[in-house]
Ligand binder design. Structure first.
Ligand SMILES: Cc1cc2nc3c(=O)[nH]c(=O)nc-3n(C[C@H](O)[C@H](O)[C@H](O)COP(=O)(O)OP(=O)(O)OC[C@H]3O[C@@H](n4cnc5c(N)ncnc54)[C@H](O)[C@@H]3O)c2cc1C
Length: 449
């Protein structure tokens, strides 16, 4: 019987397993490797707070491309939502833990199908620590000292923790007052009430972290620093279909031409009172094609000059969350700086952070009790301490994309490339690892089955 290993079982890994089982015509053995606490749920859907919500409305979060109402129907069937109007639920931003429950439920139902098809499933509560790839087999060494030898392997390891920003005193990053992983509950618990606190980054994770701190009783000031300040936009017009503009996108258009089309449509719909939101949403189904058609030079220009605008338009928050952040800012509880971090030093009781305030064009210093890194997932695997794919990169078994956003793979088959740019027939990658190849492969609706 063929043996397949799935490394990482969050949203992407779980749904890949579900499709493998649903489409199977003959028995096989499937080994799922993922730490127990995030099995099925992954990082996004095992949040530390039940208040953390999805950034997409329920009607758009189906796990199945061929059944767009699947999540909404599941939600409507829950006792907690009995008597709530379906349209209200469809347009609501529901808690992320519920989406984790949904994925768990899909998995449990799929196990029944696997039994009927005589597919042998085993789950390893572990992390892969090393990988050896040859033409016939893949050997995975796990951190629980076990080894799995399989014929095929699917990599779905999702996002990494943020990288440490460059500062001269990088010893600080060993301090217990520094929280590199913003998704771990320890980042928001037991903060010293006597001092303010600093969050690096001004994106969606900053928003979650601020609400997590407040939920845990923190009432002192919160500072945030990022190169552009707080630029997250609220969802204003979700559900508007502006797909007609997509007809203007053709194969092999250069970045300048794409920008011309986007700017033209943003200007046009602004006259009718809309923000850029419908334009960004209309581009999303073709983002992967656009990205693949760009030259490396154009991709670099995008990353250095345009990425910020894309991120601001693409990663929005619900209106009420946006209003909450604004309120905290207006009442002086939250101070959001556009700035460049210069250095961080630590004394026995507190931390001094020096940065350049871009708006006022002066150096400033703030005194805080802890620093939480919310700068977004790191992508350069060669700098990822302890990641098993770093070892594979160093050995030359796999290679990075030019922009170091993930690993190189065939954009159609997802087969991972070896050092000679040749695809392995037995190793595929999916999800965030393909960011450099596809750009948009990081969220539920962009997932390609
Ligand atoms: C905080 C947060 C909130 C988000 N909210 C949304 C949202 O509302 N809507 C949306 O569409 N997208 C959201 N996203 C994007 C989200 O990343 C995707 O929707 C989706 O969860 C990605 O799934 P994934 O399987 O690729 O990664 P994950 O779900 O993170 O799964 C990866 C899994 O791999 C495991 N893993 C990693 N390394 C190893 C290893 N060496 N060995 C074994 N297992 C390993 C991890 O433990 C994890 O369980 C959010 C992302 C984050 C970080």
């Amino acid at each position: 019987m063929k043996k397949i290993a799935l490394v990482g079982c969050g949203f992407t890994g779980t749904m890949t397993a579900v499709h493998l089982i649903r489409n199977a015509c003959q028995p096989f053995e499937l080994i799922l490797i993922n730490p127990r606490q995030s099995f099925n749920r992954g990082l996004a859907y095992s949040p530390y707070s039940r208040k953390q919500i999805l950034n997409v409305v329920a009607s758009r979060m189906s796990a199945y491309d061929d059944n767009p109402d699947h999540f909404l129907n599941w939600i409507c069937g829950l006792d907690d939502f009995k008597g709530v109007d379906r349209n209200i639920l469809a347009n609501s931003y529901l808690p992320r833990y519920l989406y984790g429950d949904y994925l768990r439920d899909i998995w449990i139902r799929t196990l029944e199908i696997s039994k009927a098809k005589k597919i042998v499933i085993s789950v390893q509560d572990a992390q892969v620590a090393a990988m050896e790839v040859s033409e016939d087999e893949i050997v995975l060494s796990l951190d629980n000292q076990k080894t799995e030898t399989v014929q095929y392997c699917i990599l779905a390891t999702g996002n990494q923790v943020p990288r440490n920003p460059d500062i001269s005193n990088d010893h600080f990053y060993n301090s217990p007052k520094y929280f590199r992983n913003p998704w771990d509950v320890t980042a928001v618990r037991n903060a010293d009430p006597g001092y303010p606190l600093l969050i690096l980054g001004n994106g969606l994770t900053m928003v979650d972290t601020v609400s997590g701190l407040i939920e845990n009783g923190f009432s002192n000031k919160i500072y945030t620093i990022s190169p552009h300040g707080f630029t997250i936009l609220p969802h204003k017009h979700h559900g508007i279909d502006y797909s007609s503009m997509r007809e203007e996108f053709q194969d092999k258009q250069c970045l300048a031409e794409i920008l011309r089309i986007v700017n033209k449509h943003v200007r046009l719909i602004r006259k009718f009172g809309f923000s850029a939101e419908p334009v960004i949403d209309a581009i999303r189904p073709v983002t992967q094609q656009i990205w693949q058609n760009l030259t490396i030079h154009e991709k670099r220009i995008f990353m250095s000059r345009l990425r910020h605008f894309w991120d601001a338009g693409r990663h929005r928050v619900p209106m009420h969350i946006h209003a909450g952040i604004r309120h905290l800012t207006e009442t002086g509880k939250l101070n959001q700086y556009a700035g460049k971090l210069l250095n961080i030093s630590e004394t026995e009781n507190h931390i001094m952070v020096r940065f350049f305030d871009v708006q006022q064009q002066v150096e400033k210093e703030v005194v805080v009790s802890r620093v939480i890194n919310c700068t977004g997932p790191a992508t350069d695997l060669l700098k990822a301490e302890g990641h098993f794919l770093k070892g594979s990169l160093l050995k030359g078994t796999i290679i990075q994309d030019d922009l170091k956003l993930g690993i190189m793979a065939n954009p159609d088959t997802f087969e991972v490339y070896n050092a000679y740019n040749q695809p392995y027939k037995n190793l595929v990658a999916i999800g965030a690892l393909l960011k450099g190849v596809l750009w948009e492969s990081v969220a539920v609706r962009e997932f390609v089955y």
